[in-house]
Design a protein. Structure first.
Lengths: 359, 368
């Protein structure tokens, strides 16, 4: 290897891309050869100029590859343009001819935290012992990989975490825009008959209040923490093991010819996520009634304000069979059913209609 | 590759998900960011490999060195072994949040070289995986896209382009290809809303019936309770006629697949329970001296080995007892998160040690 030295090595830009710029290279005889083909891969880098870039790692051993990238001849300078972007806050060692020529650290901008938790569902004050899930809404897109460490259930009396209550999801459950996180309680501790359920018991205990806590270490998509922690408190009631029964709901029919909302009161709280898409209203012509729908407090009710005044005649509230309560029981089936109870057999996988007529 | 419907294009993976090999060296990649499965010709350069063991220490730091990031920014989400060259393919998410990037990494065997597999301008096919919201689902998030994604909307005199994205998503937890006629990709997933239990069977080559059909899957524990069971990890069994599946402390369950109509309900036979406070992380089947075995990596119970003939002979569990179900051997190998068949003689494991460092390690089939 001929001796190659650079007068200055610094972060720079090369044809619009971030790079490490090596200026004032004093080259031995092989430099021209190394540059002539404008190397395209890390192997060529080593073989040609002997310029390599490596991130600072906790562990380093022989045979670790150099960072993928290419050398570009830019005027009198040589630029290393990485295949994958440099990471903020990470240090990189630049070696020339196997000797360390520079260590550069990418700046880490520290913009103030602006993202916050908007809501935690359910919003009911009391949940059944076999509660299945929470939803956490954030004000901005979030980063994956923080849910396990920054969302926890805490016993309200002792302030101790309820260990093992939340499903340690290998993959987190996000909405496509990464603003809504779904947190499942460990189903194996809710399903009756399983070893986990019998040995460890339910994640929650009846009569023992708890809190859901999201701490401010949860990072948003830009890597910033939250403006503050958020939490919601719950009391714990009896198990819920009944199918969702639209026949038991109360409908308050609106006045015909007006744009009064249709109000629907449920017999118990329903799932926040599913509620928003599992209820529709059709008019006398069978066509959907357009309007604004919103769930009520505690997810115990729902209302639809039509865009046009209610037409006279029979309307139908259409309930999708997948609509679940907060314990995962749906219109068509129970979360877990006792095979000895024929009345708990799954129902048809069909929408259920509830008729009403504007007054 | 055209016989499999692959055309030159790009696999634009937003969030790295499970991977598995199909026919002719085609790799399936699940993108949990766009609810899409891509089939990619990875053009593996390696020659056919000998059935030798392969170990590589600090695979996450090595990949970090190549990708220019810390080992903690290398999230290895799945592992697959090329059936001919035995090169190791890793589905990696590099970095987090907006800076995150899905990368398909190839580790050469036996030299341990690290490269990334191009996903641009390669033979590719793709299919969306169900659960897309209905056209009239008003509950969609609207964002301003970059490029020409989305649709044009006119407000007043101004036309802008917006992108509607569903709130409801499906996260792929595992995939496997079964060489039936026609071949099919089995996809297990978790919905972020309903506690669904669907297993999609997507014919390959991907056809017009892009979402395939889905089977609703229940398992019965101890003959007493029936539960909808989203699957965490599974392996095809009986040449694709059935699967063995497991999900979070729940039993290992045998599900027949043959002859089932789309959308029908499948009730599985519980053949084993692997213990409490434990999560199955990956499963692989391997053969040794003509016998087939199942290997299950667990979050807290080490590595569990079960003989398939015991599974075949196991009646459905009807009473809660310890130990539950088929005989099993527990190997004192902790920290194994992913498993793949390396070759006939070895199973490859991705193992995390007490310091959080990740290593590739070969386990000799005959010694398991």
């Amino acid at each position: 290897m001929s001796r190659v030295a650079a007068a200055s090595i610094a972060w720079s830009q090369c044809r619009g891309a971030d790079c490490v710029r090596l200026s004032g290279l004093a080259a031995g005889p092989s430099l021209a050869a190394g540059l002539s083909g404008l190397a395209t891969g890390p192997g060529d880098l080593a073989a040609g100029l002997g310029v390599e870039v490596r991130p600072e790692l906790d562990v380093v051993a022989d045979g670790f590859p150099a960072m993928a990238g290419r050398l570009v001849h830019d005027g009198d300078d040589v630029c290393f343009v990485p295949r994958f972007p440099f990471v903020d806050g990470t240090s990189y060692t630049i070696t020339v001819g196997s000797a360390t020529a520079a260590v550069l650290t990418r700046p880490r901008p520290q913009p103030p935290a602006t993202t916050q938790v908007l809501a935690i569902y359910p919003t009911a004050a009391k949940v059944p012992r076999n509660l299945l899930r929470f939803y956490i809404w954030f004000s901005a897109p979030m980063s994956e990989g923080y849910a396990a460490g920054h969302v926890r259930l805490v016993d309200a009396a002792s302030n101790e975490p309820l260990t093992g209550a939340v499903l340690p999801a290998g993959s987190e459950l996000w909405s496509a825009d990464r603003r809504r996180l779904t947190v499942l309680l460990d189903p194996a501790r809710i399903k009756r008959g399983l070893t986990a359920q019998r040995q460890a018991g339910y994640p929650l205990r009846r009569g023992e209040p708890f809190r859901v806590v999201v701490d401010d270490g949860f990072r948003d998509a830009l890597g910033r923490g939250l403006r503050g922690a958020a939490e919601r408190s719950y009391a714990v009631g009896a198990d819920e093991r009944r199918r969702v029964d639209p026949g038991a709901w109360t409908l308050f029919a609106p006045s015909g010819g007006t744009r009064e909302p249709l109000e629907v009161e449920f017999s118990r709280p329903l799932d926040h996520g599913l509620l928003a898409r599992c209820l529709h209203v059709t008019g006398p012509d069978g066509q959907p009634v357009a309007g604004g729908a919103e769930p009520g407090p505690g997810e115990r009710s729902w209302r639809l304000t039509p865009r046009q005044p209610w037409a006279p005649g029979g309307h139908r509230l259409i309930v999708e069979p997948v609509l679940e309560d907060v314990a995962g029981n749906s219109v068509s089936r129970l979360f877990d059913r006792d095979l000895a109870r024929p009345e708990d057999r799954p129902g048809p996988d069909q929408p259920v209609a509830v008729a009403f007529c504007p007054r | 590759m055209s016989e499999y419907g692959l055309r030159l294009g790009s696999a634009d993976v937003r969030s790295a998900g499970p991977i598995t090999f199909g026919p002719a060296g085609i790799l399936f990649l699940a993108d949990n960011g766009s609810a899409t499965v891509f089939a990619v010709d990875v053009a593996d350069p390696g020659p056919a490999a000998d059935p030798e063991p392969f170990d590589l220490a600090d695979v996450d730091a090595r990949i970090g060195s190549y990708l220019g990031c810390a080992a903690s920014d290398v999230d290895i989400r799945d592992m697959a072994v090329h059936p001919v060259s035995h090169s190791v393919y890793l589905s990696v998410q590099r970095g987090r949040g907006d800076a995150g990037q899905a990368v398909l990494v190839r580790i050469g065997v036996p030299d341990g070289t690290v490269t990334d597999v191009p996903l641009d301008q390669v033979p590719v096919a793709q299919t969306a995986i169900g659960d897309a919201p209905a056209e009239d689902d008003e509950r969609q998030d609207v964002t301003l896209p970059s490029g020409d994604q989305g649709e044009e909307v006119t407000y007043g005199g101004r036309t802008i382009r917006i992108l509607r994205r569903p709130i409801r998503t499906s996260t792929v937890t595992d995939m496997a290809y079964v060489d039936t006629d026609p071949g099919a990709l089995l996809v297990a997933g978790l919905s972020n809303e309903e506690f669904s239990s669907r297993l999609r069977r997507i014919p390959f080559p991907f056809g017009d019936d892009v979402t395939g059909n889905s089977l609703e899957i229940f398992h019965v524990s101890h003959g007493k309770w029936e539960t909808a069971a989203p699957i965490r990890t599974f392996v095809p069994y009986d040449h694709g006629a059935s699967i063995l599946a497991s999900y979070t402390c729940t039993p290992v369950v045998h599900f027949p697949l043959a002859g089932l109509a789309p959308g029908s309900k499948v009730v599985g036979r519980t053949v084993a329970e692997l213990g409490s406070m434990n999560q199955p992380l990956d499963m692989v089947s391997f053969a040794d001296e003509g016998e087939e075995y199942l290997l299950v990596a667990n979050s807290s119970h080490g590595l569990i080995k079960i003989a398939c003939r015991d599974i075949d002979g196991q009646a459905a569990l009807t009473t809660p007892q310890e130990p539950v179900g088929v005989p099993r051997e527990t190997k004192d190998l902790q920290g194994i998160t992913r498993l793949a068949n390396l070759n006939g003689g070895y199973v490859l494991a991705l193992q995390v040690d007490g310091d959080g460092r990740r290593h590739l390690r070969s386990l000799k089939s005959a010694s398991l």
